[in-house]
Design a protein around this ligand. Structure first.
Ligand code: SAH
Length: 339
């Protein structure tokens, strides 16, 4: 099966045929391909959820601006550096700073934080996930020492994008941001939710074709999970099997990609992340956020690991990786094309 050569109709059919009961051979082939590139190594990223303020109103997201039930928080630079210190001692060599689109974190403030982390931890990769910014802003963050940027495209179909977002948010802008990030030199992560409201198999095929075109270094894929305080509260969550299929097909499309077994995947099934690894994922992102803010970074309901200290998450994930036959890597885990 050469999925890189398939057109949209062929991909759509392949997804439809395997959506409910994926052919185990597809998942196994994806895993073998991952083994041939990265071996059994699983790379670990320490996730620091540093603000849950957000100016946007994405219909799926629990920290959307219009949700008045969120207890909002912002970590200080000192808080963030403490997370990094704890993470470093636990063996993390990549920090992921993720947050809502919080206008408080201007370029000056963000660059100050990034350059301090860069100075104190010269051997660590810094990944940012701050949403849409201008190319100038991305360039400043890169110059300050950030290496990677995660910005899921969410869906590669315009009509679907506008079903998931208010009209001030445009897929064209999202895609432009992704191209800007790549041009600047960031290892760039795109990605999408599986089973989000209104999504069809054809749209998932479109997501794969978009990835083929963009060639991102990372792709985050997780099931959509409803949040009670959003317009999508009554919608069904995405399925485990379809998410695993999309992880596997993404691996087959982008053999060298870094693909996380996401927290959302672990939240819909106790062995979701392990199954993700077996379908071709090779990254995990345990939480380094301070315990007292964990529950407030609630993008969706029933998120796992909101009550565990960083050290517990670190050890739990290691056990899970090893008992599924993989090895936890202590390296930065850069994309193999960008050493
Ligand atoms: N503000 C940043 C970070 C967003 S949160 C940005 O815009 O990129 C990271 C990801 O969580 C989002 O890209 C989205 O794909 C996912 N997410 C948000 N709400 C979700 C939900 N209800 N279910 C599953 N995933 C969700």
């Amino acid at each position: 099966m050469n999925i890189q050569q398939m057109n949209k109709a062929e991909l759509t059919q392949l997804i439809a045929q395997n959506a409910e009961n994926p052919d185990p051979e597809i998942l196994a082939e994806a895993r073998r391909l991952c083994d041939s590139v990265y071996g059994k190594q699983v790379f670990m990223r320490g996730l620091i959820e540093f603000t849950n303020y957000c100016k946007n109103n994405c219909y799926y997201c629990g920290i959307r601006a219009a949700n008045g039930n969120v207890h909002r928080y912002r970590l200080t630079k000192e808080d963030i550096l403490t997370c990094c210190d704890i993470g470093y001692n636990l063996g993390f060599r990549t920090y992921v700073l993720q947050g809502g689109e919080d206008p408080y974190f201007t370029d000056d403030i963000m660059c100050d934080i990034v350059s301090d982390i860069r100075r104190i931890y010269p051997d660590c990769a810094i990944t940012l996930s701050l949403g849409e910014r201008s190319k100038e802003s991305y360039q400043r963050l890169y110059n300050a020492g950030a290496n990677r940027y995660l910005l899921r495209h969410e869906t590669a179909t315009d009509e679907h994008y506008s079903l998931l977002h208010p009209e001030n948010l445009l897929l064209s802008n999202r895609k432009q941001c992704l191209r800007d990030l790549k041009e600047i030199g960031f290892q760039t992560g795109a990605g999408f939710m599986v089973g989000s409201p209104g999504q069809t198999y054809e749209m998932l095929a479109e997501d794969l074709l978009f990835l083929k075109d963009l060639q991102p270094e990372m792709v985050g894929i997780g099931p959509f999970i409803p949040h009670a305080d959003t317009p999508f509260r009554e919608e069904a969550q995405g399925s485990l099997n379809l998410t695993l299929l999309m992880v596997a097909l993404t691996r087959l499309m982008l053999p060298t990609a870094l693909l996380p077994a996401t927290t959302a995947l672990g939240s819909i099934d106790p062995s979701g992340r392990e199954q993700g690894l077996k379908a071709g994922a090779n990254v995990v992102m345990p939480n380094l956020s301070p315990l007292n803010v964990r529950k407030d970074y609630s993008l969706y309901d029933n998120k796992i690991c909101t009550g565990d200290e960083a050290a517990e998450c670190r050890m739990c994930i290691q056990r899970r990786i090893q008992s599924s036959g993989f090895e936890l890597s202590t390296g930065r885990g850069d994309h193999i094309g960008n050493p």
